[in-house]
Design a protein around this ligand. Structure first.
Ligand code: VG1
Ligand code: CO
Length: 570
């Protein structure tokens, strides 16, 4: 060895894992056959736990992922992988498998969140702060967990954001031709305590699961102002839904900001989320909503989802629509330390209400409309085109990470209450008074037969050219299209992202969910703009009833699916 010249030595380093294999050391090469269903959806690959529990299922996907990221049979020498999840059932098993596969791939370092926990925004923060080449988030996000629930895996790239479609599509393609995978034949790493371990030549570091995220959040907000607010008697309840947001919320709200112990409820991450459906919306966070509507309601209510990237905000007796939340944050961001020089631009997913568009216009900054899914914001954030972005599905964030960030959004609201002296409800009413109110709601039809759902969308597509000018439920359609997006930064295009039907001051959008694991979910998004303040107190669903009727008629939902009403309204 000592006689090897520099070139050979470099070759040896690059191909270290292959040499281990050749020498029959500790890397196993295991034959496998492809699974046809490893095509990722809106946000990673999500399946029932029982699907992931099949032999080789997870391994195939991880091997395909590494093959795409590093090239077939290429080593990840010198690279760092971040690894964590939302703590749901199977998280611990999957973490050990991936550590061994990363070691076989030759990663220099794997950074694992303690207990296997890293929320989605925390993963993004760790990747960015520690210069990792990417990260794996084990989560099915807002989908239920437990042995009968869902599991998921998602890859994030070096900017901390979800891998773009170009990568996820290549991973699927590779998964279809895979014939073996490699993993270290080594004992499990004790991930419950912080420390350094070695698996073959890979340094496995178990890190604190909230530290990096906390550091990033500290730079965004005025912690003194928030501390004083709590000291003055401000009270809130944060429902972590027994998911991974609990530890970070406790560390910030209770330990740093002085909120009374017990402010964070359901704070312990549990493998089955305590039986909760960890989706922070008025349907699945009913207990919190009831509390916020009661006489003993505190000033602010909040909740986050399985992987803590979503957020729901409530005032005392008042529900904030996520689209309005984004608009309020955009309007006041300059009062937050991390954004004091103002925002450069905003982006929202296409189905998200146009409330933020009006704020952007008033601020004279651009507003981008992207397809559903956080991955479409990454390029705009990297290019410095936008500072804030959000989705109607309870997702809001900024350029501090490349994921949506539940706790970030909640801290925005606390900080804004602290520095404006306004209540949650006043902040929203101010928005409505200044810019008009967007009555907004999403009607989901869950568990629809996939064939029927596709037929419904297809039929809408075929009728698109004829819709303009037609009258449904007493309203005349101005235009209708199938949303297509061309990324202004890299020019990539994404088509068939949802049917938009536009009326005067109103809009209905139809699309199929890409995160479900059984049947299809038809999402119908309803938006009615109302400039007149005297009409802002109209009950939400009443204000939207004519549009719901129009949606039924345009898409023939009842006729095709047999459903006369949505299964979930948020
Ligand atoms: C849903 C939401 C979308 C969100 C995605 C991932 O996707 O509509 O806005 O980005 O979930 O969120 P779909 O395809 O089911 O409509 V998370 O917090 O579940 O990763
Ligand atoms: Co989520």
């Amino acid at each position: 060895m000592a006689q090897l010249d520099g070139v050979h030595r470099a070759w040896m380093r690059r191909n270290a894992w292959q040499i281990c294999t050749l020498l029959g050391m500790t890397i196993l090469s295991i034959p496998t056959t492809p699974f046809a269903d490893q095509s990722p959806g809106t946000s990673g690959l999500r399946k029932r736990v029982s699907v992931f529990q099949q032999s080789h299922y997870l391994e195939n996907y991880v091997q395909a992922l590494f093959d795409v990221v590093w090239g077939e049979n290429q080593s990840a020498a010198g690279q760092t992988l971040v690894l964590g999840g939302d703590g749901r059932f199977y998280n611990d098993v999957a973490i050990q498998t991936i550590i061994k596969m990363a070691a076989a791939r030759g990663y220099a370092r794997v950074l694992v969140g303690q207990h296997g926990w890293l929320s989605t925004p925390a993963t993004s923060a760790v990747i960015r702060r520690r210069g990792a080449s990417g990260g794996i988030v084990l989560s099915a996000s807002h989908n239920p967990g437990g042995p009968d629930g869902d599991f998921g895996i998602k890859y994030n790239i070096a900017n901390g954001g979800s891998a773009p479609e170009r990568i996820t599509e290549a991973v699927f393609a590779r998964s279809q031709e895979i014939s073996s995978y490699r993993m270290a034949d080594s004992p499990d790493v004790p991930i419950n305590r912080i420390g350094q371990f070695r698996v073959v030549d890979t340094a496995v570091e178990v890190i604190d699961s909230v530290e990096d995220h906390l550091a990033v959040l500290r730079a965004c907000f005025d912690f003194d102002a928030m501390r004083q607010l709590f000291a003055r008697g401000f009270r809130m309840r944060y429902d972590a839904m027994s998911a991974v947001g609990g530890p970070c919320a406790r560390a910030i709200l209770e330990a740093e900001l002085g909120a009374p112990a017990g402010t964070v409820v359901n704070a312990e991450p549990l493998p089955d989320f305590g039986g909760h459906h960890p989706d922070p919306n008025p349907v699945h966070a009913q207990e919190l909503v009831r509390h916020m509507m009661s006489d003993s309601a505190p000033d602010l209510g909040a909740a986050s989802d399985g992987d803590a990237d979503r957020n729901m905000i409530l005032g005392r007796g008042f529900v904030v629509s996520p689209s309005d939340s984004l608009a309020v944050i955009a309007a006041w961001a300059h009062l937050l330390p991390g954004y004091k020089s103002g925002i450069r631009g905003v982006a929202r997913s296409m189905p998200t209400s146009t409330a933020v568009d009006r704020v952007a216009k008033a601020l004279n900054v651009p507003c981008f409309e992207t397809p559903t899914g956080w991955k479409f914001f990454g390029n705009l954030l990297d290019a410095g085109e936008i500072t804030l972005c959000g989705e109607e599905s309870y997702g809001t964030s900024s350029d501090h990470v490349r994921e949506k960030d539940g706790l970030w959004a909640i801290l925005c609201w606390i900080n804004l209450v602290a520095v404006t002296g306004k209540s949650v409800e006043e902040l929203v009413r101010d928005l409505w008074r200044t810019h008009g109110r967007c009555f907004y709601s999403r009607h989901d039809y869950e568990g629809v037969d996939s064939g029927v759902a596709n037929q419904l969308m297809q039929s809408l597509r075929e009728r698109l050219p004829t819709l303009a000018g037609q009258v449904f439920a007493g309203r005349s359609i101005l235009s209708a299209d199938d949303f297509a997006y061309s990324d202004p930064v890299d020019g990539s295009t994404s088509e068939r992202q949802g049917i938009r039907v536009l009326m005067d001051g109103a809009r209905v959008v139809f699309r199929l969910s890409g995160t479900g694991t059984s049947g299809a979910t038809l999402r119908v998004y309803l938006e009615q703009f109302e400039p007149e303040v005297t009409r802002h107190d109209m009950p939400l669903q009443e204000a939207l009833a004519p549009l719901a009727q129009l949606a039924q008629e345009v898409a023939q939902i009842h006729t095709l699916t047999g459903r006369s009403a949505p299964s979930v309204i948020v």
